[in-house]
Write a protein that binds this ligand. Structure first.
Ligand code: FAD
Length: 385
């Protein structure tokens, strides 16, 4: 299976070659480790370096800054191939998103400082928006970054932060003006190495995405140079986030598609081998109908995702369409994987079968990146109703 539909105009020979090489890379370096990293609740650091060397992390970064100079479609392919091979834990999505922020808003000096290290895997990135007291309502963040000489003094805490245990560079959402709502929000790039007053909390216990380190982060009077404000102007953070969130949302839709392709392949294999009442489970009409329904749902999703990628490449992917890709993709993913698990019978409930991990990994897709309720709000607002 491929991310692209046969008629996708955005997909050319370079993309085909890239998809092939990424899929080989995951087969060699990720798939053999999925179970172990899920048990260890962390992806080995060396894997980030390997992905950097393979040109995966820097696919969209210009060659002048240590990357391959491709468009965002290359990250879309990586997202799909990772999910397609059965892994949802490695935090590449956040790396891609933060790279997007740096490319879109950073000064030349900032790009030179961070992009080469993000491309090589020397720096793992995190995006810290959510706080214990606020998630969906981003304007209500209370983490503050107050000017103090040439520095900001940062105070506050974040939670549920992907790559939180491993991050070397945190794109932090903070208030530079506490009196203001959205207009008081800025993005500050925090380098964690040896940073006084910065503390990582627990690697949180989750029902799925076990190999992904998801953490609390604490900032106690942390001093960060003012030159680490992303861009040149305070108060732009909310606007910067809103402009970039469509990629994060489409990203989730793409991984939903990859996971569904993986689940269908696993299930088709299983029902061909498993016997009940003297015949293959595959040969019950119910099974064939279920697989036909699943296949149809997947292909409808693939078409919409491809249309969204075409728009993304053209710079015309709007917030409402990206929200549709996110809620639809994640909703269908949960339905499809639930059906696939059902076709496995009791074995589907056992963690030694990949479908069980796909099932527990899927649930969060309806929650992070903006909950599906928030997605529907955004879609409804665009409908002029
Ligand atoms: C595994 C995982 C990884 C994550 N990674 C990151 C990360 O890297 N960085 C980061 O910043 N955050 C991350 N998050 C946080 C995630 O984005 C938030 O959990 C999510 O945005 C929801 O916020 P909340 O948990 O505070 O829920 P709340 O905002 O408290 O929502 C609770 C419920 O109320 C509903 N609700 C809220 N507002 C409305 C409304 N206006 N209309 C209708 N319903 C509403 C929600 O849909 C939800 O059902 C992660 C979360 C998880 C679980």
């Amino acid at each position: 299976m491929s991310l692209a539909t046969p008629t996708a105009t955005w997909f050319n020979d370079d993309h085909r070659l890239y998809a092939h090489s990424v899929s080989r890379f995951f087969a060699d370096h990720l798939v053999p480790n999925i179970e172990r990293w899920n048990e260890e609740e962390m992806v080995e650091r060396n894997f980030w370096h390997q992905a950097g060397e393979a040109g995966i992390l820097g696919a969209t970064i210009p060659q002048t800054h240590g990357g391959a100079g491709g468009s965002i479609a290359f990250d879309a392919i990586t997202a799909y191939e990772q999910a397609r091979c059965g892994d949802n834990g490695w935090g590449f999505g956040i790396q891609s998103i933060v790279i997007g922020y740096v490319q879109a808003y950073a000064t030349e000096e900032q790009k030179t400082r961070w992009l080469p290290q993000l491309a090589s895997g020397e720096m793992v990135a995190a995006l810290a928006m959510t706080e214990p007291g606020t998630g969906s309502d981003l304007q209500a963040v209370t983490t503050s970054a107050i000017k103090d000489g040439n520095h900001y003094r940062i105070n506050g805490s974040k939670t549920f932060i992907t790559n939180g245990q491993s991050a070397d560079l945190i794109c932090l959402v903070a208030k530079t003006d506490k009196e203001q709502g959205a207009r008081g929000v800025s993005l500050i790039m925090v380098e964690t190495d040896g940073l006084e007053g910065f503390r990582r909390g627990r690697n949180l216990k989750k029902i799925g995405l076990k190999s992904q380190d998801t953490s609390e982060l604490f900032f106690d009077n942390v001093k960060v140079p003012q030159t680490h404000l992303l861009g040149t102007e305070e108060g732009q953070g909310f606007y910067q986030l809103m402009k970039q969130l469509p990629w994060e949302r489409l990203y989730i839709g793409i991984t939903a598609l990859g996971s569904m392709d993986c689940a269908l392949e696993e299930t088709t294999r299983y029902v061909q081998e498993r016997k009940a009442f003297g015949q293959r489970v595959m040969d019950f009409q119910n099974t064939r109908f279920k697989l036909a329904e699943i296949k149809t749902k997947i292909e409808v999703t693939r078409s919409f995702i491809n249309d969204s990628i075409t728009r993304l490449e053209a710079g015309t992917l709007d917030a409402a369409t990206a929200s549709m890709a996110k809620w639809w993709g994640s909703q269908v993913q949960c339905e499809v994987i639930d059906e696939c698990l059902q076709l496995h019978g009791g074995y589907g409930y056992m963690m030694e079968y990949p479908i069980a991990r796909l099932y527990t990994d899927a649930r969060v897709q309806k929650i992070y990146g903006g909950t599906n309720e928030i997605m529907k709000e955004l879609i409804a607002r665009s409908m002029d109703i």
